[in-house]
Ligand binder design. Structure first.
Ligand SMILES: [Mg+2]
Length: 268
């Protein structure tokens, strides 16, 4: 069977899959999503999950996915904190000041600085919620003025919390950039380095992989910049008018991630 859907997967040997909006929306699992992931695992088809979540550690995300019925190994999950840790290790500078909330600090534990009082090489800003105070902001500011570099785990302006729109990390990052004149290195999607980190874990080159996501800019546009194909799903934050007005054109558009099973079974 030949269709644009199967054609767009012909040369694909691995997948990157977004979480929120693709596998689940809030606490509701997308119909057929856990079966699709199960199909990939049962057939040994390589995949990694890439999420911009910065409020939960990899371990906590894995537990959440498991509670929703997904069989996804913890080491298949890639988030901006893990990208930040990889970046710090690569540079050999591992001392940091982290402003975040939840249990994200757990992902940084493995950097294990020998001297916890050492001057930070990095100021790392995540979605920090109520941890943002004058004191924590001023501490971050002073470290930056003393030579630390600024890392933004994400750079969103706001997000929809249960009780309404809420400030994300972006405005906090902007405040520190404004005060110090420094520019943050942004981890997470749509940074090509983030996609490449997950690809390297599968030993695949960008042209051998496709990204499945619900965000035309961060998922599909980001995948294109990294040299991958982008597959847009019509679940989560998908809106037809965002697609119609965007210069970014996905390799294909599928109703949901549940289509992956049929596509992989029917491709040439
Ligand atoms: Mg999404």
């Amino acid at each position: 069977m030949d269709s644009p859907e199967t054609d767009c997967m012909n040369d694909i040997r691995g997948l990157l899959i977004d979480l929120d909006g693709v596998l689940y929306v809030g606490n509701r699992v997308v119909d057929g999503a856990s079966e699709a992931v199960g199909f990939l695992i049962d057939h040994g088809f390589p995949f990694r999950c890439v999420s911009n979540t910065t409020r939960k550690s990899r371990h906590t995300i894995a537990g959440h996915l498991s509670s929703l019925g997904f069989r996804i190994p913890e080491n298949h999950i890639f988030t901006p904190p893990l990208a930040a840790v990889a970046h710090m290790k690569k540079t050999g500078r591992i001392h940091y000041y982290l402003l975040s909330t939840g249990d994200v600090n757990r992902d940084f534990a493995e950097t294990d600085p020998t001297d916890p009082d050492a001057r930070p090489d990095w100021v790392i800003i995540g979605d920090a919620g109520n941890e943002v105070t004058y004191d924590t902001m001023n501490t971050a500011f002073r470290h930056l003025m003393d030579g630390a570099e600024l890392i933004a785990l994400e750079n969103d302006r706001y997000w929809m919390a249960a009780d309404g729109l809420s400030l994300s990390a972006g405005p906090i990052v902007k405040a520190l950039e404004y005060a110090t004149g420094k520019t943050a290195i942004v981890m997470g999607k749509p940074s090509p380095a983030f996609f490449c980190l997950a690809l390297q874990d599968m030993h695949l080159r960008p042209e051998q992989a496709a990204m499945i996501g619900d965000d035309i800019i961060t998922d599909i546009g980001g995948a294109h910049r990294a040299g991958m194909k982008g597959i847009l799903v019509r679940t989560g934050k998908f809106r037809q008018d965002s697609l119609d007005t965007s210069a970014i054109k996905p390799a294909c558009i599928i109703d949901s991630v549940s289509r992956i099973k049929d596509i992989l079974e029917n491709r040439r």
